[in-house]
Ligand binder design. Structure first.
Ligand SMILES: Cc1ncc(COP(=O)(O)O)c(C=O)c1O
Length: 366
């Protein structure tokens, strides 16, 4: 049976060729594998618009995106440090949860889910927190799909001489971002979002100077960011069993990004996907949760329709029968569901999804 199309924020629909790239067995200590890993690490820097000569490094870390975040938070904040999180959704809050669990002195500053952290308020917050060593925020908060102003906030954080950590899980590769123009010390992302590969690891783009200064800070063995980087630099290998098949898939996915025309072409495809979704859902009477000017092209949250017969589980099941998977909501205050526009999907797929949603609404009304 054909797999359904995934309109989710990841894992998402990948190309047949990315899936096919996993049909190999590769030795984790072999020269072929070492070359594969080195190629991936430098390609990620290239996509971010930086190079090793400019002082940036890539660290690949086993586990999902959260493991990458936990690796950074547990490895870079010093024992006497303080961690400030600027949050406007569940993923921002998760960074604070990680830090608190690790016993790190943490301040969680929250904004409403439909608003971004305001630069003036962040400025005041930083002034109020002279002991804060690290500030973190999410680029695209996948809870709603809101795009946060990382560039403005980065300037404020760095002017205050703090290190800046950005969760770019659902934006890297799908939103234009030039790391050389942004003062970010650690950016964390995942292969199974806008880079359109399969899950299995995360990656961290780090400023080498910041990373090298973290000696002795790690609170975990397996998630030790500096040790992982030193191993990758030393013999080109992972310290512990690497997700070899996921790395093979990722190398192919990076080639496909380049074949598509790079990040700018992908951004354009996601924009077209988003526009098709937005227009189609409006035609069907749905209302989105975010104001248009803050909405990313990655994922959209919609309020439940004003229909007493609407049950999300039923709506989901019926759409699944049409071959489409959507995503439940994550907002704390209102009932919503989400539709992702990333992955190996295009405007036609979104058009098909809208047609199916229209049919399902008719079925529910009957
Ligand atoms: C912004 C953001 N941060 C963190 C995560 C967590 O990633 P994972 O589920 O791969 O651990 C996600 C997942 O969707 C995300 O969108």
């Amino acid at each position: 049976m054909k797999d359904p199309l995934l309109f989710t924020p990841g894992p998402l629909t990948t190309s047949a060729t990315v899936k096919a790239a996993m049909q190999r067995d590769i030795g984790s200590r072999d020269a072929d594998f070492i070359e594969l890993v080195a190629g991936i690490r430098s390609e990620l820097l290239r996509i971010a618009g930086v190079s090793r000569e400019q002082g940036y490094e890539t660290v690949l870390m086993q586990g999902s995106g959260t493991f990458g975040l936990e690796s950074v938070i547990s490895s870079v904040v010093p024992r006497q440090g303080r961690f400030v999180v600027l949050a406007n959704g569940a993923y921002g809050e998760r960074m604070a949860t990680i830090a608190e669990r690790l016993g790190i002195s943490t301040r969680l500053a929250c904004w409403p889910e439909n608003e971004s952290p305001q630069p003036a308020a962040v400025q005041r917050l930083i002034e109020e927190e002279p002991g804060a060593t690290h500030v973190a925020m999410v680029h695209c908060e996948t809870t709603t799909g809101i795009l946060n102003p990382v560039d403005e906030i980065a300037r404020i954080v760095k002017a205050g001489d703090r290190e800046f950590i950005v969760d770019a899980m659902s934006s890297f590769g799908g939103v234009s971002l030039d790391l050389s123009k942004l003062e970010i010390d650690y950016l964390i992302s995942s292969p199974n979002k806008c880079l359109e590969s399969v899950p299995g690891f995360s990656f961290v783009l780090a400023r080498r100077q910041a990373l090298e200064a973290t000696k002795g800070r790690a609170r975990s063995v397996s998630l030790d960011l500096l040790a992982q980087w030193e191993a990758l630099e030393g013999n080109g290998q992972f310290r512990f069993t690497p997700p070899t098949h996921a790395l093979l898939a990722f190398a192919r996915a990076l080639e496909e990004l380049s074949e598509e025309g790079g990040v700018s072409a992908r951004v354009a495809r996601y924009r077209a996907n988003h526009e098709t979704l937005r227009r189609g859902m409006h035609r069907l009477g749905f209302v989105e949760c975010l104001p248009a000017e803050r909405q990313s092209d990655i994922i959209m949250a919609f309020r439940y329709p004003d229909n007493p017969n609407f049950r999300f589980e039923d709506f989901y099941r019926r759409l699944r029968a049409h071959g489409f998977l959507i995503y439940p909501g994550k907002l704390s205050q209102s009932d919503c569901f989400r539709i992702g526009t990333i992955g190996r999907i295009n405007e036609d797929d979104l058009g098909d999804l809208i047609a199916a949603i229209g049919e399902v609404l008719d079925e529910i009304r009957r």
